[in-house]
Design a protein around this ligand. Structure first.
Ligand code: F6R
Length: 614
């Protein structure tokens, strides 16, 4: 999705804006632009299609344009093709208002028609140009200040937006407004920043305000003010948060790509996440987070809502919670659930899983649960994000900032939080003996070391990846938790290699899909669940009998040499937690196959890290 930055202070704005945009590149974009404006001069607007490097080159690293305030944007096209005309910033024709926008204005055609009727011309295909001209229209028509003009615009606008705007009469100020799209405001010692996400500002400050929906405000030097829709100053009510991510945590270090760095960071991320919740004596700290035993005891059912990989983590949890705690779980794609007329059990908890905490579908599914009177628990990697602010309970993952578009370490941390939650629930409901509980907690604590062991086996996976470069179709099969891992492994492969890959519950293969198996087609079979291994092996044999190439991923004590062509092994682990190990070679396989195909694994085409539109 788009990235927004803004700066006011005493330094040259352009290099700071470009730095921020570089840190937001992970969100996905296809063009970029910046604008600066000082005193009463006309603003300087520079845009470039394609990579941010084009904009950096065009502005000589930002050194060719001078001003101490400005705005910047990376655009991920929604309305109109990615070109310079559609790139942001956009401006009113007299440059009275210039601005950048993230989100989608749903009633932009209606607003555009009205503007044209009032004599405005619209040059680009974007909804952004329209909304900026609506602000300009109110500003001039009612001779009101920027905040009032922005508020009037918000009242007339449907859809999602984070906006950063500059007005001719307020040259050293950057105004902002938000509804539905992420926006933070950060305070430096003599400067302030706006950004879509924290990495953009971490080099300068770690003091951050999260802008709530239907709020607006401005930054001027290091002055920050917030206003509500009535135009009342609400700055005193806003809480400044301190971000505990280190500034260098978003640097590549010795790595060529974030994805490899993040795969390798998993042992540390898991250890940090486990340590946040497990006391030295093995008890879990969830009651301190408001999740009391009394409340959990009252639950009859659990819902899990999420999208993409986070949904796949939810599918693992579905098997685990049902198995361990004997509580029914319903895991739903958030984008589907929010439109369903499903009668929720009042004695239930809705768990929402999200790395970014900004995924619109997940947020809306969560709001639907709240609306039904159901308490919500967010498992999230970003403190202060929209989802965490609206959740009744929060369990954070301590993965640190995740930059590569394809998630790895955040997914792994989601799994361990879900394991711990399942164990806590199971113990609370007396579904798990005390000794067994401590045994399993110890096994969770051993996961970081085991994950490291699997990661260190990367050379073997890299070698295998050479066999994937020319493939156009790959199947993943598995049963139970292995099926959940298949979904995630398959998504990893398709999103960063563009190979068509599909995950099937192994038992489903012969109900149709087996017709696609022919010589050369690769099937990755995951078999880590002892009670299901024999059945999965039978399915592998069925594929082999049709001359398909089978890659078996299984425990190192299981012999699958006669039913598969290639083998990948994971160390001995409790089957309940096998997903944490089995996913590692699949992440690596996708990563190396992506490199083999000459694709940048960090920024796969068409994808965005944070999906804040439907
Ligand atoms: C895939 C991936 C996506 C996200 C999904 C949800 O590698 O990263 O499928 O898992 O877009 O995002 P979050 O977790 O931020 O809600």
């Amino acid at each position: 999705m788009c990235g927004i930055v803004g700066y006011t202070g005493e330094e040259e704005a352009a290099p700071i804006l470009l730095h921020g945009l570089q840190k937001l590149e992970y969100r996905g974009y296809d063009s970029a632009g910046i604008a600066v404006r000082n005193n009463l001069d006309l603003p300087i607007i520079v845009k470039a299609e394609g990579k941010l490097k084009n904009l950096i080159d065009k502005t000589n690293d930002g050194k060719s344009i001078h001003s101490t305030s400005g705005i910047g944007h990376t655009r991920w096209a929604t309305h109109g093709v990615p070109n310079e005309l559609n790139a942001h910033p956009h401006a009113s024709d007299d440059y009275n208002v210039i601005g950048v926008h993230n989100g989608i204005i749903e009633n932009f055609i209606e607003l555009k028609d009205k503007l044209i009727h009032k004599g405005y011309k619209i040059h680009s295909a974007t909804d952004t140009e329209v909304i900026i001209k609506v602000v300009d229209y109110y500003y001039k028509k009612y001779k009101i200040g920027p905040i009032d003009a922005i508020n009037r615009t918000m009242v007339r606008t449907r859809g999602s937006y984070a906006l950063a705007l500059m007005f001719k009469d307020y040259p050293n100020q950057v105004f902002f407004a938000k509804n539905g799209s992420p926006l933070i405001v950060a305070k430096g010692s003599d400067s302030s920043f706006l950004a879509s996400d924290v990495p953009a500002i971490l080099k300068f400050t770690n003091k951050v305000y999260y802008v709530s929906d239907l709020e607006c405000g401005y930054i001027k030097g290091n002055e920050i003010r917030f206003f509500d829709l009535n135009g009342d100053d609400i700055t005193e009510t806003k809480k400044i948060e301190t971000i505990d991510w280190k500034a260098d945590s978003t640097d590549l270090g010795n790595y060529s790509y974030y994805m490899e760095k993040e795969i390798d960071e998993q042992p540390k991320a898991l250890r940090n996440t486990i340590n946040a919740y497990v006391d030295k004596d093995g008890t879990l700290k969830f009651p301190e987070m408001g999740i009391t035993k009394e409340y959990l005891n009252s639950l009859e059912e659990i819902y899990i809502f999420a999208c993409g990989s986070a949904y796949h983590a939810g599918v693992v949890a579905e098997y685990l919670i049902e198995d361990l705690a004997n509580v029914n779980v319903r895991v739903e794609l958030a984008s589907e659930f929010k439109y369903r007329h499903y009668k929720m059990n009042p004695k239930s908890l809705a768990i929402v899983i999200s790395q970014s905490g900004e995924t619109k579908d997940t947020h809306e599914a969560m709001l639907k649960a709240k609306h039904n009177g159901i308490k919500t628990l967010a498992i999230c990697n970003v403190k202060g994000s929209t989802i965490t602010r609206d959740a009744d309970f929060n369990l954070y993952t301590y993965a640190g900032p995740e930059i590569a578009v394809a998630t790895t370490k955040a997914y792994s941390c989601q799994l361990v939080v879900l394991y711990l939650f399942a164990l806590f629930l199971a113990r609370t409901k007396y579904a798990l003996e005390r000794d067994r509980y401590y045994e399993l907690i110890n096994e969770v604590k051993e996961l970081p070391a085991k994950v490291k062991e699997v990661i260190d086996n990367k050379a073997q996976v890299q070698k295998l990846s050479n066999r994937f470069t020319d493939k156009t179709n790959v199947f993943f099969i598995g049963r139970g938790i292995d099926y959940a891992v298949c979904m995630e492994g398959s998504l990893k492969l398709k999103e960063i290699t563009y190979i068509n890959s599909n995950a099937y519950a192994a038992g489903e293969l012969k109900h149709g899909t087996i017709s696609l198996i022919e010589p050369g087609v690769v099937t990755i079979a995951i078999a880590t669940q002892p009670n299901l291994i024999e059945k999965t092996i039978s399915n592998m044999v069925e594929v082999k009998a049709r001359d398909g190439s089978v890659v078996a991923l299984t425990g190192n004590d299981i012999d699958v040499s006669s039913s598969s062509k290639y083998q990948l092994y994971i160390p001995k682990v409790n089957p309940m937690f096998a997903a944490s190990l089995a996913i590692i070679p699949l992440q690596q396989l996708a990563y190396y196959s992506s490199l083999n195909k000459g694709i940048n694994p960090d920024k796969p085409r068409n994808l965005a890290k944070s999906v804040t539109v439907e």
